[in-house]
Design a protein around this ligand. Structure first.
Ligand code: 5AD
Ligand code: SF4
Length: 457
């Protein structure tokens, strides 16, 4: 553990009277958002307040994502536009954190082409932030801390974005090396957090009134494989389910190759575990799955789906799909559409394949044009719209328990939330319901949500 106490008091001394403001923006997945909350936790300790307006900020931190190229391009666009801000206010400090910084060619590019950037903070070096800020405040031109995966931030304090939904990382890194994916290169190998740390964090959150706990990891199903058999993921679910209180447990993501009968048993045995599984299929073609190094076939995947449906016909499944993996044929793509029709996902997160330097897939030949990939994506989205509209009808006339999330942006006087199945539910109500569980009787199904009326129980 790196002790920041002395550095933090030195920073407070240098900052002096006025409270400085920080603008922290996280991109990408929920693990990255969780890192952003830890960055904010450290900044609060150093005396910073927060602003949503970058023009008001004394410190800007972009917590970046490297999974697809367009996310990186957006960050470069934003950093480029900050040049003016920095010219107007040379005291402004700008830092880049997150997964982009772990790729050496990107770190080089930032250093060389974006002199407005003062520091670079690696994904496992969050606790090094006070040191970097102190260097900057003392006039350093450029500092970087991209320490290797020591995760001393795992138990860090955080400034949470929500007062009723909390993310709890249970592990870091990934061992799977899917051939398209940059994550194992930027987040390192799998490391599980200690079970007692996770349990006490969740107990604390439930005591403070949190209603939804989202357990996070790149592949939660292999949680504990580095803990010498002390606790597996299904055992962790059962242990967390035993905590007193009215709350839901969700988790993300599950690799299909590791989805076991023990996991399915735990989901159905535990009343607090949401009846939804995000099970990324990526493709329905065995040949593409093989080239992706996913280590399951469409048949094996469907075996898990059938077992879940046998136990809970209404159980909700969502997935991730990559369209246009190198040399994906029309036949391969048709197999993806076929698996979507067979599984009937409630929702899908689909992405056009993005070439990531350093991954195996980046070396594979690819004869499919960008136009063709775009056309396939449109066909896939159209099919999913039809499936969702039809499939959501199963809820009409039923009662769903919903955690109210926000006032509806589309319909005045309405509130939206998510059911245990992770379906968006809209109903009449006002902001006083936000953060509460509400029972809703479903009257209508659309392709992106269901609607209903609130009922008292
Ligand atoms: N191109 C497109 N999508 C990708 N994903 C991961 N890497 C890539 C890539 N190179 C998608 C996968 C994964 C999700 C988080 O992002 O579908 O499940
Ligand atoms: Fe990437 Fe595959 Fe690991 Fe998910 S399981 S983070 S897709 S390598």
């Amino acid at each position: 553990m790196n002790d920041n106490t002395v550095i933090i008091s030195e920073i407070k001394r240098l900052i002096g009277g006025r409270q400085p403001l920080a603008f922290v923006r996280s991109f990408g997945c929920q693990l990255n958002t969780s890192d952003g909350e830890k960055i904010k936790g450290l900044l609060r300790k150093m005396g910073y307040g927060f602003t949503e307006d970058e023009a008001q900020a004394d410190l800007i931190i972009l917590n970046t994502c490297a999974v697809r190229e367009n996310a990186e391009d957006r960050v470069f666009g934003i950093v480029g536009s900050m040049k003016k801000l920095k010219e107007l206010r040379p005291d402004l400090m700008i830092g880049i954190a997150g997964c982009m910084t772990a790729q050496s060619h990107i770190a080089e590019k930032i250093k060389k082409s974006y002199p407005q950037v003062d520091f670079v903070l690696g994904t496992s070096a969050i606790n090094g932030l006070p040191r970097l800020l102190l260097d900057c405040l003392n006039g350093a031109k450029f500092s970087a801390d991209i320490a290797e995966y020591d995760d001393f931030s795992a138990e860090a304090e955080q400034v949470r974005e929500s007062s009723f939904k909390a993310s709890v990382p249970i592990m870091f890194g990934c061992n799977n090396f899917c051939t398209y994916c940059i994550v194992p290169y930027v987040r390192g190998r799998e490391r599980s957090r200690r079970p007692e740390d996770i349990i006490s964090e969740v107990e604390g959150l439930v005591r403070s009134g949190y209603k939804e706990i989202m357990l996070l990891g790149q592949n939660v199903n292999s949680y504990g494989s580095d803990l010498g058999g002390e606790m597996s993921f299904p055992q962790l679910l059962r242990r967390l389910n035993a905590i007193d209180g009215d709350f839901w447990i969700r988790f993300m993501s599950s690799h299909p190759k590791d989805a076991s009968v023990e996991l399915i048993d735990a989901i159905f045995d535990c009343d607090k575990v949401a009846k939804h599984l995000h099970l990324p299929v990526q493709s329905g073609s065995d040949e593409i799955l093989r080239r992706m190094n996913r280590r399951y076939t469409a048949e094996k995947y469907l075996g898990i789906v059938d077992e879940i449906r046998r136990r809970g016909p209404d159980f909700s499944l969502t997935t991730d799909i990559i369209v246009g993996f190198p040399d994906e044929t029309e036949e391969d793509f048709a197999a993806t559409l076929a698996i979507m029709e067979r599984v009937k996902y409630d929702n899908i997160y689909s992405f056009i394949y993005s070439k990531r330097t350093g991954t195996k897939a980046a070396e594979m030949p690819d004869a499919v044009s960008e136009e063709e990939k775009g056309a396939r994506m449109r066909r896939l989205l159209e099919l999913q719209r039809e499936i969702s509209t039809e499939h959501y009808k199963r809820f009409i006339g039923r009662r769903m328990r919903v955690l109210a999330d926000d006032v509806s942006k589309k319909r005045k006087g309405y509130v939206s939330g998510k059911s245990s199945e992770f379906i968006i539910v809209e109903f009449e109500g006002d902001s006083s319901l936000i953060g509460q569980f509400v029972d809703v009787e479903i009257t209508e199904a659309m392709n992106w949500a269901v609607r209903g009326r609130r009922v008292k129980v």
